[in-house]
Design a protein around this ligand. Sequence first.
Ligand SMILES: C[S@@+](CC[C@H](N)C(=O)[O-])C[C@H]1O[C@@H](n2cnc3c(N)ncnc32)[C@H](O)[C@@H]1O
Length: 251
Amino acid sequence: MMPPQKPYRALRAPSGVRAMFDRIAPRYDLLNHLLSFGIDIAWRRRSVRVLAPGAGERVLDLCCGTADLCLALAGSGAQVIGADFSRRMLALGRRKARRRRSTVSLCGADALALPFSPASFDAASVAFGVRNLADPLAGLREVRRVLRPGGRLLVLEFTPPRRPLIQHAHRLYLRTALPALGLLVAGDADAYRYLAKSISAFYEPGAFVRLLGEAGFEPSTPIELSGGIAAIYHARAVGEPAASASRSPVA
Ligand SMILES: C[S@@+](CC[C@H](N)C(=O)[O-])C[C@H]1O[C@@H](n2cnc3c(N)ncnc32)[C@H](O)[C@@H]1O
């Protein structure tokens, strides 16, 4: 049996996380593509194929940021609603959606208290968002609440690689290149130091799969991406969702 892992909590308070994303929003997309050498685009495409949203399905993209995944998901004809608590990330997402004449709708909301009715979505996705939540288990339970029984969840998240050589290179990259590029391009080494620390501290895939089970999902085997530096988790909502108080949109 695996030893229990200490529950992960975001390394900053929600107000700090929100302020940080508001601050880096104008450079977020550029740095994302630069820091990942553009692989993030392929990861999001793969995520869309795995979630396979159907035309007319209601899909929630949580922690949607500047809406890249929302826009990719909407290509199938699904009705995509993006939610995030950073006003500046959302403003950039809305601008992008208008430019592409997309029908996605974006709303300001806290992932831990969503302004949606129970069982009101067919599918949901969270890309690089769970790691930033004050309580990831509570966040997953909140997604479970708004999904219909049998609804699908996709989580795209960084993972600590297991192979020693990749592990070594990855650690070096997180500690040095990431904050340096963050400083150079966004003028913000601190945000990218946070990113590096949160990636190193986050759940390894086996532990995250167990967390999904605890939150009321039946997870499939995770899909390892790019030598194990990220993973796609796919799961189905099972059982009765835990009740939770939903709130009004925050923006
Ligand atoms: C790393 S970005 C990911 C954005 C986007 N999903 C992507 O793939 O590029 C994380 C996003 O999560 C949002 N976020 C973090 N905690 C949140 C919370 N409690 N409620 C809503 N959004 C949150 C941040 O504002 C930020 O836009």
